[in-house]
Design a protein around this ligand. Sequence first.
Ligand code: ANZ
Ligand code: ZN
Length: 836
Amino acid sequence: MSDSERTPQYHPSEIEPKWQERWEAEGLYRSTVQDDKPKHYALTMLPYPSGNLHIGHWYAITPSDARARYQRMRGYNVLFPMGFDAFGLPAENAAIQNNIHPREWTYQNIEEMRRQLKTMGAMFDWEREAISADPSYYRWTQWFFLQFFHGDLAYRKHSAVDWCPSCNTTLAREQVVGEDRVCERCGTPVTKKDLEQWFFRTTRYAEELLDYSAVEWPERVRTLQTNWIGRSEGARIRFATETVEGAAGPEVEVFTTRPDTLWGATFLVLAPEHPAVKTLTSDAQREAVAAYVEQASRQTDIQREAADTEKSGVATGGFAVNPATGERVPVWIADYVLMTYGTGAIMAVPAHDQRDFEFARRFDLEIRPVVAAEDGSVADPAKMEAAVPARGEMVDSGELSGTPPEEAMGKVVAWLEAKGVGEGNVNYRLRDWLVSRQRYWGAPIPIIHCPQCGPVGVPEEDLPVDLPDDVEWKPTGESPLKLHPTWKDVPCPKCGGEAVRDTDTMDTFMDSSWYHLRYLSPGYDEGPFDPKEYAYWMPVDTYTGGIEHATMHLIYTRFFHKACRDLGVTQGDEPMKKLRNQGMILGEDSEKMSKRRGNVVAPDELVSQYGTDTVRAYLMFFARWEQGAPWSYAGIEGAFRWLRRVWHLVLDPVHGEVEAKGNDAPQDVRRSLRRKLHQTIDQVTREFEDFQFNTIVSALMELANEMSSASQAGAAGSDEWEETVSAYLRMLAPVAPHAAEELWHRVGLTEAAGGESVHVQAWPEFDAEAAKEDEITLVVQVNGKVRDRLEVAAGISKEEAEAAALASEGAVKFTEGKTVRKVIVVPGKLVNIVAN
Ligand code: ANZ
Ligand code: ZN
């Protein structure tokens, strides 16, 4: 009989769809609350329904699935849900470009991506699918908005949006293009426009967001978030101002991290948008100031903060009084001072702050050192080429001169407070979250604006505020909700008078801040989630996804959870206990994958060519998951060959070439197979815990090698062999779920397990005794005399033996004061050290 007749060939395309259907039909991945069982909530970031699942999705999701499967076999009741982050701008762009309704575009894409996701063979519980654009979902997004609104966590404020003065419309960030920031459609330079918009009070949680003691998050993410939150300790100091004519102007408050340099503040700089600019600007300066303000409005904060650009600015003509020296100092405006940070005004200390120094040199303003250098020296302003680090004691600072650096902050703050001109202050870079979007495809903000009552929340029983379908797509950029003839006109829920709906929709980060809660009970309609499900499943145990979400999504969702906790909606301090981020798959050319470069790897094609299991195995194997690497088609062949080899090893180990002796095979062969098995169990278990997917696959490859040589030596059919096959398939199950299931079935293990799938089996148990290497006695000689004996592993290498011998007590004692000239190792027996 030929080989192929005796053993069925490995044909993934035949077995994979079959098992996917069967698992679905049997409800193998349905997850329900089981109070008597420990739970594990494994969450992976939900995709945006762009219409096509790319290899990056596979790379993020399939190893996460493998680990969720592993947890299930470890005895946890596992929840591993999937859904779609379905609101957002691309749907609206498609609507404008292709004349298709965003809803239709989105739901078509979801259907296609759901089909693609099903080819992963993942353990998603599809009954828990959640789609953020469904009215049954956004009803609760709106409900959350109302909780924030009623709980004083939402407020309205004027805020600048990008505005095209020619198209007469607000622009989304991606509609502003080029270095000179012009409108994508008409090329007109973009300006800012003030619109009243909704904000959430994220800054209230700034301090708590810096605390990671309750979570296990990667250092990198914690650092990114900590920098984003940007805590600065310092003081706020108030300066009286006056116009050039000597009339009193508004008080100007500055934020500084160096209140001890106040005596060296020789001018003030206001952000061009600062409200005091108007009053302080003299007639002589009015034109120059107006031109500068206009120019600054066209720049982003990022451009304005860039350190390498030449400092620019204009004097207002007005003055401020330095509260420490009593001197009148000029007030300038400059774009390096941002309206969005601190108070939008600074006291400039050119001697000690580099930006202020450059500014002072450019405009010939006074430079006055007030803090000594570390060595006690004080710089000469005439000769300075840069600001000098102020690390020594205070000088030329009136009664506070001589204060040592470690006391400066405390003393100056006390002095400011005593004089009533300032106080200690902590400032954060974190901004309150602007949630209003002048867009259609999002959850409408559930607020009605009444001329009598102001903004009124839509009553909860009237939710959801539906997105109207009959909208027009005019490329005006103005929200279709605003243009709709009737949608916005409603009576005020409070007084019944004529009122209008808020025509903005919510930032889609709002939707993704709570999707993990909607998964708990996507059909539930008495609240955003069923409290029973919440009590059992929350918090999320492991969260996996891209590092690019470190600052936005992952800060918003933490804020959301903490805010909801304080509103009595959720419990616990953190939504997600453990976070892990995958790296990125590059193209074969080591460049980022892009259509333009033509280096995109299409998972659908790989699946039809090699099968899902191979794609999964290769994605786990080819790189350290958290690092990523360039793709390789040659590598995926290797993954396929490995699975095919396992297939044959399990179904036809002896190949008709050797005799299977079963338990009559040599004991050392059987013992060695079992040793390797348990070493592998130990390793694979630890590495699943640690998300080290690549070495899991290589350990399984090595074990297959050991099985191969054991079968060559006749061990197939032995007790050790059977134990190994059973454990192997269980370890293979999370990686290659279809092949493992098929083999489990074919060798009769399904039947032996009472008809149960490999995926509900217990994870193989590690036997430390079995894994132990045999030991031998290593004789240690110094100059030919036996000085020690060591118990070492039988398989010890020459280098290890040498190192162990040199470190032994006997060797150390008898080589003392001598130089080791030579070490002779007789493998498995002795080490002779020659020393004199
Ligand atoms: C005087 C001074 C002297 C300063 C000195 C620094 C060094 P961080 O650490 O980022 O919080 N500043 C304050 N508000 C600003 C704004 N809206 N735009 C631009 N710069 C602003 O930095 C705080 C420091 O940045 C503040 O302390 C202020 O300059 C400046 F030797 O005040 B400092
Ligand atoms: Zn009213």
